[in-house]
Design a protein around this ligand. Structure first.
Ligand code: GDP
Ligand code: IMO
Ligand code: MG
Length: 433
């Protein structure tokens, strides 16, 4: 049995799309288990660039089946437009892309509420992607959500949506936000949503049947460990369980069937939106990382905040997700630094911490404790063998392994598929057999 989950080890945008694209040919199914089109997973193939938001990155491999699991929240309009973009790029999804009947749908009122809540928070806003993700998960937990399978019962569905719109309008009005026109909102939504119908399946049965037949599943996480609603920097988080545990509930795949976990970490750190970020660099080094790393959100185009590698964050992620190995991405972005810093822990009001403290307010007061390593000042981009890396780069990777407590099995030195080092005898090389 080979079912591997790929999870972001930091605050998202670690390069999950690229790594999933590399692993996908060695798996039969690629499945998303949480999040929605707040994700933006970039895959570069030669001079072609794809940004997958909702559809698993495995879709670019013809032989892969792709699943949007029950734990994902699906905006039908976003789904249809992504499908269309893929079709225009020559990628056909029909017959190999499936959406769980239990996946909750994002409705227009979720988007309105997301925006209204963020505006009300003002300077304390989360900095969401404004895609309606949080409000959709709220409705799921409140048991008033609309699920993909409801599309098979149009009369019941219309009634539920009418009731919801009326209630959400009261809430929107109380925040001074614009209300939604009942019938036009409903009609426009249904036109988009009904196009989902041919893709809807009981994907838990599909995945479990496949694994029983010996097929392998690659599970594609979105966001990252520090954005997990339980384990992240709450309330500056997304509204789902991005950590590996979410893959079990989000797909209906039993925990014991998940045989491996790979953490994706950037060789430095980035974060989009609000919330604490102890190693953030607001100086010229931060600006350099942003420019050289092209750190702009794949979904919203917002500039990403940048900083040094925070080993406490990744060590915490190794613990929470049980990573067998790490993939260290964007090493090339550090190529020109004379010195590179790694934060090994925090100084929190005189107390030294080696783990993430409770509370975003506490983490915001933590000063990183740095260790300085020499840079390598040479190009790593076209290197494909670990032994060919400059000695200082190997030392940097070794220090990351020691501090985080997991082996670095894959090193990415550029956005392209070819710009990748896979270490012999590592979990990643085993999964690629
Ligand atoms: P994801 O959300 O985790 O899939 O990551 P994103 O796609 O949002 O962000 C990662 C960005 O870095 C994308 O633009 C990738 O093309 C790019 N990228 C991935 N790996 C590397 C790398 O090793 N080096 C460089 N320079 N860019 C990379
Ligand atoms: P991928 O999968 C980085 C962030 C938002 C915001 C917070 C909550 O590409 O790594 P939400 O819209 O989810 O309610 O916003 O989470 N966020 C991400 N940051 N990468 C992502 O996805 C993200 N998805 C959400 O910026 O801070
Ligand atoms: Mg992204």
């Amino acid at each position: 049995m080979k079912n591997v989950v790929v999870v972001g080890a930091q605050w998202g945008d670690e390069g999950k799309g690229k790594v999933v694209d590399i692993l996908a040919p060695h798996f039969d199914i690629v499945a998303r288990y949480q999040g929605g089109h707040n994700a933006g997973h970039t895959v570069r193939i030669g001079d072609r660039k794809f940004i997958l938001r909702l559809i698993p990155s495995g879709i670019l491999h013809e032989e892969c089946r792709c699943v949007i699991g029950n734990g994902v929240v699906v905006d039908p309009r976003a789904f249809n437009s992504e499908l269309q973009e893929l079709r225009e790029a020559g990628v056909e999804c029909e017959g190999r892309l499936f959406v769980s009947s239990r996946a909750h749908l994002i409705l227009p009122y979720h988007v309105s509420l997301d925006r209204a809540r963020e505006e009300r928070l003002g300077a304390n806003s989360v900095g969401t992607t404004m895609r309606g993700i949080g409000p959709a998960y709220e409705d799921k937990a409140s048991r008033v959500g609309i699920r993909a399978g409801d599309l098979n019962y149009p009369d019941l569905l219309r009634e539920k949506i009418r009731t919801n719109i009326a209630e959400k309008n009261v809430e929107l009005a109380s925040m001074g936000a614009e209300q939604l026109a009942l019938e036009t909102t409903l009609d426009e939504f249904l036109v988009e949503a009904l196009r989902l119908k041919p893709f809807i399946r009981d994907t838990a049965v599909m995945i479990n049947t496949a694994t029983r037949e010996g097929k392998a599943v690659l599970v594609e996480g979105a966001q990252g460990t520090m954005l997990d609603v339980d384990h992240g920097t709450y309330p500056f988080v997304t509204s789902s369980n991005a950590t590996a545990g979410g893959s079990s509930t989000g797909l209906g795949l039993a925990p014991k069937k998940i045989t491996g976990a790979l953490g994706i970490a950037k060789a430095y750190t980035t974060r989009v939106g609000g919330g604490p970020f102890p190693t953030e660099l607001l100086d010229e080094h931060g600006a350099y990382l942003q420019k050289r790393g092209n750190e702009y959100g794949a979904v919203t185009g917002r500039p990403r905040r940048t900083g040094w590698f925070d080993a406490t964050v990744v060590r915490y992620a190794v613990m929470l997700n049980g990573f067998d190995a790490l993939a260290l991405t964007k090493l090339d972005v550090l190529d020109e630094f004379e010195e590179i810093k790694i934060s090994t822990g925090y100084n929190c009001g005189g107390e030294l911490l080696d783990t993430i403290p409770y509370g975003a307010n506490v983490l915001a007061e933590c000063a990183p404790v740095y260790e300085t390593l020499p840079g390598w000042r040479s190009t790593t981009s076209r290197i494909t063998g670990f032994d060919d890396l400059p000695p200082a780069a190997k030392d940097y990777i070794q220090r990351v392994e020691e501090l985080c407590g997991a082996p670095v099995a894959l090193i990415s030195t550029g956005p392209d598929r070819a710009e990748t080092i896979i270490r012999d005898g590592s979990p990643v090389s085993d999964w690629m057999k």
